[in-house]
Design a protein. Structure first.
Length: 78
């Protein structure tokens, strides 16, 4: 049924050109996807590059505040 509709719409001369174009498109898609896959595999298997390490932050000074006690509030009992 689909072949008959394609034959009516495109004609007998255009169908081989149509399928040739579809075949080339599929071929290019497979090539591009394998290239991406190969690039990904290559990137993940290579040794990571050494990055310079950032210097350690300076230690913070000890707090020097004094603690004062406040009188505790008494709550009347009822």
């Amino acid at each position: 049924m689909v072949a008959v509709v394609a034959l009516v719409l495109f004609g007998s001369k255009r169908i081989p050109e149509l399928f040739k174009g579809i075949g080339q498109g599929i071929k290019e898609f497979k090539k591009a996807s394998s290239d991406v896959s190969n690039e990904f595999n290559t990137a993940t298997t290579e040794a990571p590059q050494q990055r310079p390490q950032a210097p350690a932050p300076a230690p913070l000074p000890a707090p020097t505040a004094t603690v004062t006690q406040t009188p505790s509030a008494t709550v009347p009992k009822s």
